[in-house]
Design a protein around this ligand. Structure first.
Ligand code: UD1
Ligand code: UDP
Length: 372
């Protein structure tokens, strides 16, 4: 019997970034099992279905409008039972969610090794992103193996006295998943959602894709975002496509303030291939998402990031991503500039891939073969 690896994840972005790794590891000498916490339900299931992954364990913990402490306590209790059953040699977690830090911590309590995929990203501001910055730091303290997507994330870990031998720079698995999906789309993959979007959105106009969900933007931040989008939509040559995150703190203001615009199209969260297709068809992306900041530069799409700070500075430095916070005026004026000024647009729309070459999963496997 090979060594046993248990991969744990619970939200949409973790699933997108871990499912291609599950396939890579299942095709290796390791004995591989998957546990989803289901911190997200529908948005997780969309991804599992596209990547054809059936988890061995599903903790099914999501509750409407869950608090962070409820979430932690449910994961601790239910994941403990899974660890008792599986007895893995290694638990692999991803990124900065409550699922990843609690699963890492629970494994540590049982003396089980932890590998952290997407390690070493930092803002060093514990309130932005909240609670993700601290989640990621906690998992970084616990982990035995660190899979850093870039040199910069490796340097962050080294500066925190993490042993260089325990770090591998792999690129981000998000690019593996993205390239795999783009390839499927190029070979003709389609689905009813893509057809629905085509029937509702006028693609002869400039299409802006929007997403948002950060906790630190709840309240005034989202009110400002809606105001900015309303102003941008006053230009009839623009179409806005906004798949609205299922968090009630996002649903409520967005549905209340943006439902009545004929050129703002609100959708339920899109399944992953439909979202990738939508990114490829967009003129500009406005988001507070971490994953979208990594994907869009690979597709050559400019991104306005509705955050004050980012743990993903590589694309900002390359000029393809610009931080605009949640100031309604600034979002409007930057978007307006990109809609009207070709030079500004060309400067930001270079195709650039600081986050990987699609081989992150292979590199993670190689490291595990040598070190586990
Ligand atoms: C979570 C992560 C965040 C990640 C984001 C990705 C934490 C603390 N937050 O934030 O790091 O960037 O996911 O999207 O780990 N809901 C549903 N169905 C779903 C998903 C969510 O109804 O499929 C609703 C529920 O009411 C749920 C609420 O959204 O209680 C919040 O979900 P939660 O995972 O706590 O926070 P997110 O804002 O989604
Ligand atoms: N995404 C998706 N459908 C959507 C919006 C986003 O599949 O309607 C994908 C997107 O391609 C990216 C990931 O979800 O890979 C980002 O998730 P999210 O913004 O929720 O979380 P974050 O990356 O900020 O943690």
């Amino acid at each position: 019997m090979g060594k046993k690896i248990l991969l744990c994840f619970g939200t949409r972005p973790e699933a997108i970034k871990m499912c291609s790794l599950v396939h890579q590891l299942r095709n290796s000498q390791f004995d591989v099992e998957v546990c989803v916490t289901a911190q997200h339900r529908e948005m997780l299931d969309q991804v599992l279905s596209f990547f054809e992954i059936q988890p061995e364990y599903d903790l099914d913990i999501m509750k409407p409008n869950q608090s962070l402490n409820e979430l932690c306590s449910r994961i601790f209790i239910k994941f403990d039972e899974v660890l008792n059953l599986v007895k893995p040699d290694l638990v692999l977690v991803h990124g900065d969610t409550t699922t990843s830090s609690v699963c890492a911590w629970a494994a540590f309590h049982k003396g089980i090794k932890v590998g952290h995929v997407e390690a070493g990203l930092r803002t060093y501001n514990k309130y932005a992103p909240f609670p993700e910055e601290l989640n990621r730091q906690i998992t970084g303290r616990i982990a035995d193996f660190h899979f850093a997507p870039t040199q910069k994330s490796r340097e962050n870990l080294i500066s925190e006295h993490v042993s260089p031998k325990s770090i591998a720079v792999t690129g981000n698995t998000v690019i593996d998943s993205l390239l795999w999906t783009v390839n499927k789309l190029e070979k003709g993959f389609t689905n009813p959602k893509i057809d629905e979007i085509k029937s509702k959105v006028d693609f002869s106009k400039k299409v802006i894709l929007v997403t948002g969900h950060r906790r630190e933007n709840f309240g005034d931040g989202f009110l400002n975002i809606c105001k900015a989008l309303g102003n941008i939509a006053s230009d009839e040559n623009v179409e806005i496509v906004f798949p609205v995150h299922l968090n009630p703190n996002v649903q409520e203001p967005v549905m209340r303030l943006l439902s009545d615009y004929k050129n703002i199209h609100l959708f339920e969260p899109l399944d992953y291939p439909s979202f990738v297709w939508m990114m490829s068809q967009s003129y500009l992306i406005i988001t507070d998402s971490g994953g979208v900041q990594e994907e869009a530069p690979s597709l050559g799409k400019p991104v306005l990031v509705m955050r004050e700070t980012t743990e993903r500075p590589e694309a900002v430095e390359a000029g393809t991503v610009c931080l605009v916070g949640t100031d309604a005026e600034l979002i409007f004026s930057k978007a307006n500039d990109l809609l009207r000024n070709n030079e500004s647009y060309d400067n930001m729309s270079k195709s650039y891939n600081p986050y990987g070459d699609g081989k992150a999963n292979e590199k993670i496997l190689e490291f595990l073969i040598q070190n586990l």
